[in-house]
Design a protein around this ligand. Sequence first.
Ligand SMILES: Nc1nc2c(ncn2[C@@H]2O[C@H](COP(=O)(O)OP(=O)(O)O)[C@@H](O)[C@H]2O)c(=O)[nH]1
Ligand SMILES: [Mg+2]
Length: 241
Amino acid sequence: MQHDVTILVPARDEQEQITDCLEGIRDACIEIGIDYEMLVIESGSIDSTVAKVQDFAEANQQTQILVVKEPGYGIALIRGIEASSGRFIVIFNVDFWDKRFLYLSKVDNLQYDIVNGSKLLPGSSDGRNVYRRLISKLFNRIFLRTLLGYNGTDTHGIKIMRREAILPIVGKCVTNSDIFDTELMIRAERAGLKILELPVNVREIRPTRFAGKRIWRIPMDILKLCAVLRPQGKERQEHHG
Ligand SMILES: Nc1nc2c(ncn2[C@@H]2O[C@H](COP(=O)(O)OP(=O)(O)O)[C@@H](O)[C@H]2O)c(=O)[nH]1
Ligand SMILES: [Mg+2]
């Protein structure tokens, strides 16, 4: 059945927070009056995340779980987007989501294809530790802006997107680690999609789990992204003077 909004929640080892998160999002949808489906994309968990989501889904028909064999944040999002049916796709994290992105789906004739949460825009506040904030700043200013010519301030994290507008771009993406939504945003901008950034207040309820294999995929995907997107990034910069 087609819904107005598909909410994607990637989840790995989230047994402590997942039920509260899903309840919170469900209650916000009811309060705002959103016709939604919620898809939790689980992969790589070694805790009881799957059982917790299954319990929630049994009691809440709008929620479904998609178990993906291969772990990874990017792959989870790609599978989730492929399985979604909503006019809008919302991406939330278990440790960070924001009701305002749900409200946007109610705006008549929303002029934007993507509204992306930015941790670096004036008006935002970032409660993460100093290293994480520094990495975000360096990544966004040096890699995204200078090397790839991206005009926004942030790419990774929560967002609402018009499904029809982003589907053709998703198919072109070559990365599937945490860099996936960065690639999606760069390609979206280059394809001329209308993007709005919204400042967000990041208050993660637990630290990130950048560990093990996950950390090594990121530099590999950054190199891949440079190889695929850099030539045009350079051209654009030269063009802009
Ligand atoms: N399905 C799936 N979800 C993941 C994976 N890694 C992270 N996530 C989820 O993606 C979201 C962001 O992860 P987090 O560890 O907070 O990374 P951050 O982006 O650095 O804050 C959370 O909802 C995680 O549960 C993964 O390998 N598979
Ligand atoms: Mg996080």
